[in-house]
Design a protein around this ligand. Structure first.
Ligand code: FES
Length: 104
């Protein structure tokens, strides 16, 4: 007997889940109401950012506000910790790639 294979972060949906629609870099996506932004993006199979120094991909690690590997831009505001923000209807999320520009 073979065991079924599943992606590491497969979504376990149930009928009647309350769905929230948002965009990631302009592409429409969905999540369950109550998901954090980080959880929603992991369920989409996305790494969240690339490091400023080497460009290495990073994904959420601690899911509790400690590691800062979940930084994203939310509704135009950069460096938000995706694990601490609940995804909301119509939210615009942008993945952060490389070095950020400082405001002058
Ligand atoms: S996943 Fe570690 S701070 Fe968000």
């Amino acid at each position: 007997m073979t065991s079924p294979t599943r992606p590491l972060f497969a979504r376990l949906s149930a009928p009647g889940d309350d769905i929230v629609r948002f965009t990631v870099d302009g592409v429409e996506a969905t999540a369950r109401r109550g998901d954090s932004v980080a959880a929603a993006l992991l369920a989409c199979g996305l790494a969240l950012r690339e490091t400023a120094v080497s460009g290495a991909p990073r994904a959420p690690y601690c899911m509790m506000g400690v590691c800062f590997d979940c930084l994203v831009a939310i509704d135009g505001v950069g460096n938000k910790q995706g694990c601490l923000v609940e995804v909301a209807e119509g939210m615009r999320i942008e993945l952060q790639r490389g070095r950020r520009e400082a405001e002058r």
